[in-house]
Write a protein that binds this ligand. Structure first.
Ligand code: SAH
Ligand code: SF4
Length: 469
């Protein structure tokens, strides 16, 4: 695709900033608040940080509390039905807020509303929703809001799923030490179960200069962890045609001055290369962690999922990772109960868990997505069978995760301290390079810093430890 069609012009970005300035002129003195509710993946979280940046530029203060808000934005996910139902249910609850505060504006954006049938649903069944906009229209938020504010009519901006790369949008980052950086958008893979290519358009990479400049700025500001985002980061640069690929980008990022760790997601096994693994092994700034979605451990199921790799190829990659980086933590995504999956084929997935020895897995019950090829397949698996397989999967993995944590008992690990523990606020929570949580006692001044922790106990999903002076 031509770059000019993929990149939003500077003129257009300037036009949006004029809308933001106009809004600020109108509402700036009124002390209005905006509430943004985010569902779904890290890409959506990163998008919400941009939406919050634009809202602030327009003069809104950001609030955690929907009841205080004058503007509510729901940033939705479409990857599984459950995520869509959650977003719809919360939108339903906001109806009552509008009854109390008639001037309240409610908007929905993100992947769910980029689907025509959902757009129509909301148009007809949620009349109190003022505006919708799709994933590729994010940069137009100031104009969309300006129009909603003035026109009093409802608007629906869903087109352009090819999407656009928009540089120069203000960002309000949630954290002062961990940052998301999108390096590319969209997906070309069309796995048969997945809605992402339909709602986020084709792959398009940001220019390396823009990515490196953003990361340099973050490093200079003292950020300690940078997570690069893309649906298949291994495709980075392919659309640019310059021969500069993902491992090259990682090498250049690691040359940036500063004390920070680099993570990335997600890497598709069909495109992961030994060179990528070498770059992780050879650069101290690269976290020794690899998220490599397997989805299924059976070759027939992988084929009908359109994944383009075999379990043998996957295991070859894993062997090379373990050889080059013995301390590597491998994590994965698994789908259970894909149409036609037999009991024996599911057992192949369990077998892969045992062979790879994942630190952690993200497991999902297959969810039928409208418009995807798998939704039309014969042999959909009944919910009770899916549920039983899901429980068995967790049982096998929990034992492995526990054992993987036990290895660290008595050892010292470096963590990035993230904040107070959610379950016990007498403790701090840190994350190891392997992306595992450690709880320990310590002072708030450590938050956002690296600290060395002696691991004293291992649980399934976390460890406990003591701060080393
Ligand atoms: N681009 C990433 C994943 C994006 S979606 C990748 O290819 O790895 C995140 C995860 O959601 C997927 O890895 C998959 O395990 C899960 N997922 C996607 N569609 C799904 C569906 N229809 N039902 C259940 N899980 C799904
Ligand atoms: Fe979905 Fe497959 Fe693309 Fe990942 S690679 S976003 S699972 S289509």
């Amino acid at each position: 695709m031509e770059r000019s069609k993929v990149t939003v012009s500077e003129k257009e970005i300037a036009r949006q900033r004029e809308y933001a300035a106009k809004m600020r002129g109108i509402i700036g003195m009124q002390g209005l608040a905006a509430h943004i509710r985010t569902y779904g993946c890290q890409q959506n979280e990163a998008d919400s940080e941009r939406l919050a940046g634009m809202a602030e530029e327009m003069g809104y203060r950001i609030t955690e509390h929907a009841e205080d808000a004058d503007l509510i934005l729901v940033n939705t996910c479409a990857v599984r039905e459950h995520a869509e139902l959650k977003a719809l249910s919360i939108t339903g609850q906001f109806k009552h807020l509008k009854a109390k505060r008639p001037h309240l504006l409610i908007g929905i954006c993100g992947c769910m509303v980029t689907q025509e049938h959902r757009k129509e649903d909301i148009k007809h069944k949620y009349p109190y929703v003022d505006f919708l906009f799709g994933t590729g229209m994010l940069y137009k938020f100031p104009e969309i809001l300006y129009n909603a504010y003035h026109s009093g009519t409802r608007s629906f901006y869903i087109d352009d799923t090819e999407g656009n790369i928009a540089e120069g949008i203000p960002v309000r980052r949630e954290s002062s030490f961990k940052a998301w950086v999108s390096i590319m958008y969209g997906c070309n893979n069309f796995c048969t179960y997945c809605v992402v290519p339909y709602v986020r358009g084709r792959e398009r990479s940001r220019a390396k200069e823009d990515i490196l400049a953003e990361i340099k700025e973050l490093a200079d500001a003292g950020y300690r962890e940078i997570t690069l985002l893309g649906q298949n980061v291994n495709s980075y640069g392919k659309d640019l045609g310059t021969g500069y690929e993902f491992p090259d980008l990682l090498e250049d990022i690691c040359k940036i001055q500063g004390e920070f760790l680099v993570r990335f997601m997600t890497s598709h096994p069909k495109d992961a290369t030994k060179r990528l693994i070498d770059v992780i092994a050879d650069n101290p700034k690269m976290a020794k962690q690899f998220h490599l979605p397997l989805q299924s451990g059976n070759n027939r199921v992988l084929e009908i999922m359109n994944r383009h790799y075999t379990r043998e190829h996957y295991l070859e990659l894993v062997d090379y990772m373990k050889e080059r980086i013995p301390e590597i933590a491998i994590t994965t995504d698994i789908i259970v109960g894909f149409p036609t999956e037999t009991e024996e084929e599911f057992e192949d997935t369990l077998d892969m868990l045992r062979r790879v020895q994942y630190d952690n897995i993200y497991s999902f019950i297959y969810s039928k997505r409208a418009g995807t090829p798998a939704a039309k397949m014969e042999g959909q698996i009944p919910a009770d069978v899916q549920g039983a397989r899901f429980s068995r999967l967790l049982e096998v993995q929990n034992a492995i995760s526990h054992a993987r944590n036990e290895v660290y008992e008595g050892k010292i690990v470096r963590v990035l301290v993230e904040g107070r523990s959610k379950t016990d606020d007498t403790k701090l929570t840190g994350r190891t390079e392997r992306n595992r949580l450690v709880h320990f006692e310590g002072d708030d001044s450590l938050i956002g810093q690296f600290a060395d922790i002696l691991v004293t106990g291992a649980q399934t999903h976390s460890m406990t430890g003591e701060l080393k002076k």
